[in-house]
Design a protein around this ligand. Structure first.
Ligand code: SF4
Length: 332
């Protein structure tokens, strides 16, 4: 259970039900009032080596930007929702890039306003829309602090149209198992070989827990996606990912294997990651590999094309072999 070291909060959260609940829940935790959750000077000025310490704080504010971004993968829109950042510390997390050192967990208490915009957009549209509500954080993790997922699902289930989806790397799903979700929620579990989880995805749930969570969610009627992401080309990567696919094949229930879909994403990395990881995790493996990677925009890296192509063929072949009836939505 996450216990914040300090809470940084905007005064306005006192005007919201969830804001009041969180202040009460953490009444014993030291607090610092802030003007704006986007710019907390005393956090921004910290050195990279303080990265993990920064993540022990909790920031609570009111979300001001509500812009939906079009998306063409598993959803129609990426929607800013109830949190950004995370208390875990995956070494490649793209939120680090977007928010640099500020990838600590920020909670936004104006959930009514955010969900209402989703519902209105869904109902106005002629097309059945899917909204990605977890692209800025991990909602299963956030839920252990806020209880926002049962609240969201309960308040969304009776809408005439629309679906919600989110990815996660956590197994604490029990809170949403007994809800009447009306088939409107797609949960996408992100998986990686155990070795990579242990050495790169610090603070997330173990593989075994994630697999059991998928089985439980499917039994509870949720539509399931499995994200193999990000694929990291360490020395023996083909061996590791083949083992992962075999483990999934043997441990996922027949119910899951009936219709779960796959997404596969190769890792992208950045100069900012390198700097933070070198200082925050001096003993961890180096994910930047000059031989394998090429530039992709300013300060960003991706695997070279020929490696990616070879990797894509390998993963597609293995998935087709072990999961012949399951759709691969995309490999990027
Ligand atoms: S669990 Fe997700 S949001 Fe959290 S650090 Fe890892 S990749 Fe980032």
């Amino acid at each position: 259970m996450f216990k914040p070291k300090t809470i940084f909060f905007e005064k306005a959260i006192e005007n919201y039900e969830l804001g009041k609940q969180l202040l009460e829940k953490y009444k014993e935790v030291p607090k610092v009032e802030i003007e704006n959750h986007n710019n907390i000077e005393q956090m921004r000025k910290q050195e990279n080596k303080e990265f993990l310490n920064l993540k022990r704080n909790l920031i609570i504010g009111v979300r001001k930007t509500h812009k939906f971004v079009e998306n063409h993968k598993t959803s129609d829109y990426l929607v800013p929702y109830t949190s950004s950042g995370c208390t875990a510390a995956c070494m490649y997390c793209y939120l680090v890039c977007n928010y640099n050192k500020c990838s600590y967990l920020r909670l936004f208490v104006n959930r009514e306003q955010m969900l209402e915009k989703i519902i209105k957009t869904a109902e106005k549209s002629e097309k059945e829309l899917t909204f990605e509500i977890g692209s800025n954080s991990d909602l299963i993790l956030e839920n252990t602090i806020t209880g926002n997922l049962p609240w969201t699902i309960e308040n969304f289930k009776n809408t005439k149209k629309g679906k919600l989806t989110f990815p996660t790397k956590f197994d604490m799903v029990d809170d949403i198992l007994n809800l009447d979700h009306q088939g409107k929620v797609i949960v996408r579990m992100s998986v990686n070989p155990e070795d990579i989880i242990n050495n790169v995805e610090f603070g997330t749930s173990r593989l075994e827990g994630r697999i059991q969570a998928i089985n439980k969610l499917k039994d509870a009627g949720y539509k399931i996606g499995i994200l193999i992401a990000p694929v990291i080309m360490v020395d023996n990567w083909k061996e590791l990912y083949l083992e992962l696919i075999k483990q999934l094949e043997s441990k996922l229930s027949a119910n899951v294997k009936k219709d779960a879909f796959f997404e596969v994403i190769f890792m992208t990395y950045s100069f900012v990651h390198t700097k933070i990881n070198e200082e925050a995790f001096p003993n961890a493996i180096n994910l930047y590999n000059k031989e394998q990677m090429t530039g992709r925009g300013k300060g960003k890296y991706m695997y070279k094309n020929d490696l990616r192509k070879d990797g894509e063929i390998f993963i597609r072949d293995q998935l087709n072999k072990y999961f012949p009836n399951n759709e691969i939505m995309y490999i990027v």
